[in-house]
Design a protein around this ligand. Structure first.
Ligand SMILES: Nc1ncnc2c1ncn2[C@@H]1O[C@H](COP(=O)(O)OP(=O)(O)O)[C@@H](O)[C@H]1O
Ligand SMILES: [Mg+2]
Length: 373
C-alpha cells in the first residue's frame, strides 16, 4: 500500500525563488503518475520533496496517511532513480544493486536471492560481474533501476531516467518501464520533460508550468480536453495548430471563420457551445495536425500552400501557409495516398484543407482557458 498525498505544497528556495506553488495531488496506491513540463517548471523540486531530499517550505506530504515532512529519506520507504544513474564505479553490477541491502545488513543469502531476482527481471544477469564502465548507457540505467528495486520500496521515484539515452534506446527503455511497472506492483512518480513519455507511461499526467499545476488527467483527458492553451500546445506532436479567428453564430449554428473561410462547428463541440450559450467572440482556435484533412469539402475549406513536406515514413508532415501567412502543420498518413497524390504534395503546390467541428478547441484570447472547461 502506498497512497501519496500532497496538500498545498510549496517550495521557496533561499534565493526567494518560488519553485512550486500550492501543489495539490492525491496519488492512488499503485498508480503511475507522471510530472511533465518544460525545464525549470518545478518537477524535480516536487519529486525531491516527496523523497525527503528537499525541505518542504509549507504544506504536507503524506504517505499512507502519515505526514512525512520531517522524516529522513531513508525512513520514507521510497527509492529514487536519477537521470545520471549515480552508480559506484569501483563496485561490480552485483554490488551496485546489492548496495542498499548491504547498508541494511541483509544476510548474504537473501542479498543473493534479491539481486538475482531483480537482474532477471531487468535482463542483466550476464553483466553482474562487470564494472559499470563496461556497460552501455541503457545497461547502466537498468542497474540503477535494479538498485532502486531491491528494497521493494512503497514508492518508486524516477527523475528523467531516460534523458541521457539516445532516441532508439529511450524508446526501448520506455517499453521496458511499462513492463517493469506491471511486474513490480507499486506506486510510481515519474518526472520527464518529454510529452511522449508522459502520454505512454502515465495513468495520470500532471502538467506543470512555472511551478503551477496546469492540469491533472489521464492521457486521453489532457489530449482531448486540454484545460488551457499551454496544455493544448504542450501535449501532442507535432504540436496543435493555434490561430486567432472569430466564432460566430448564424441561424442557431456556430461557425468559425479562419483565413477567409467559414466552417461549421458541428458534432459534440457545436452541441456544447449551444448548451452553454457561449457568446460569439474572437477566439484562439486549436486544431491538431492529424485532424486537418486534405481535399475539398462540401461546406467549406481553407486554401493552403505547401512550404515543406517532411517525409516521416508512415506519415507526411506538411508545413503549409494560408492566404494570410499563418503557418500550419498537417499530418497525412502515407498509407492512404496514391503515388499521384503524393507527387502533388510538394513545396509550392496549392491545395485545400478542412476540419470538422468535433476536433476544434476554443480558447479565450485573454485568459487562454478552454471555453468549454
Ligand atoms: N537549489 C536551488 N536553489 C535555488 N533555486 C533552485 C534550486 N533548485 C532549483 N531551483 C529553481 O527552481 C525552479 C524549479 O527547478 P526544478 O524543480 O529543478 O525544475 P525542473 O525539474 O522542472 O526542470 C527553477 O527556477 C530552478 O532554477
Ligand atoms: Mg528536473
Amino acid at each position: 500500500m502506498a497512497r501519496v498525498k500532497l496538500t498545498d505544497v510549496k517550495k521557496v528556495y533561499d534565493n526567494n525563488v518560488v519553485a512550486v506553488h500550492d501543489f495539490n495531488l492525491d496519488i492512488a496506491d499503485k498508480e503511475f503518475i507522471v510530472f511533465v513540463g518544460p525545464s525549470g517548471c518545478g518537477k524535480s523540486t516536487t519529486l525531491r520533496m516527496v523523497a525527503g531530499l528537499e525541505e518542504i517550505s509549507s504544506g504536507t506530504v503524506e504517505i499512507d496517511g502519515v505526514v512525512v515532512n520531517d522524516l529522513q529519506p531513508k525512513d520514507r520507504d521510497i527509492s529514487m532513480v536519477f537521470q545520471n544513474y549515480a552508480l559506484y564505479p569501483h563496485l561490480t553490477v552485483f554490488e551496485n544493486i546489492a548496495f542498499p541491502l548491504r547498508l541494511q545488513k541483509v544476510p548474504q543469502e537473501e542479498v543473493f536471492k534479491k539481486v538475482t531476482e531483480v537482474s532477471e527481471i531487468l535482463g542483466i544477469t550476464e553483466y553482474l560481474n562487470r564494472k559499470p564502465r563496461a556497460l552501455s548507457g541503457g545497461q547502466r540505467q537498468r542497474v540503477a533501476i535494479g538498485r532502486a528495486m531491491v528494497r521493494n520500496p512503497k514508492v518508486f521515484l524516477m527523475d528523467e531516467p531516460l534523458s541521457n539515452l539516445d532516441a532508439k534506446l529511450r524508446n526501448q527503455m520506455r517499453a521496458e518501464i511499462i513492463l517493469l511497472r506491471k511486474r513490480i506492483d507499486t506506486t510510481f512518480i515519474y518526472v520527464t520533460h518529454d510529452q511522449t513519455e508522459a502520454m505512454t507511461l502515465g495513468d495520470r499526467i500532471v502538467i506543470m508550468k512555472d511551478g503551477y499545476i496546469q492540469q491533472v488527467g489521464t492521457p486521453d483527458e489532457v489530449f482531448d480536453q486540454p484545460k488551457n492553451l499551454f496544455v493544448a500546445e504542450f501535449i501532442g506532436a507535432p504540436k496543435m495548430n493555434t490561430f486567432r479567428t472569430n466564432l460566430i453564430k448564424e441561424n442557431g449554428e456556430y461557425y468559425v471563420t479562419p483565413f477567409g473561410s467559414k466552417l461549421l462547428v458541428d458534432g459534440l463541440k457545436g452541441e456544447e457551445l449551444k448548451k452553454r450559450k457561449i457568446e460569439p467572440q474572437e477566439v484562439i482556435l486549436g486544431v491538431r495536425p492529424e485532424h486537418m484533412v486534405l481535399g475539398k469539402d462540401a461546406d467549406n475549406d481553407i486554401d493552403a500552400k505547401i512550404l515543406v513536406n517532411e517525409m516521416m515514413g508512415s506519415e507526411l508532415h506538411l508545413h503549409v501557409v494560408t492566404n494570410d501567412n499563418t503557418e500550419l502543420i498537417v499530418r497525412v498518413p502515407t498509407v492512404d495516398l496514391s503515388h499521384e497524390e503524393r507527387a502533388k504534395l510538394t513545396s509550392g503546390n496549392e491545395f485545400h484543407i478542412t476540419f470538422k467541428g468535433n476536433v476544434m478547441n476554443f480558447f479565450d484570447v485573454e485568459s487562454e482557458e478552454n471555453l468549454l472547461n
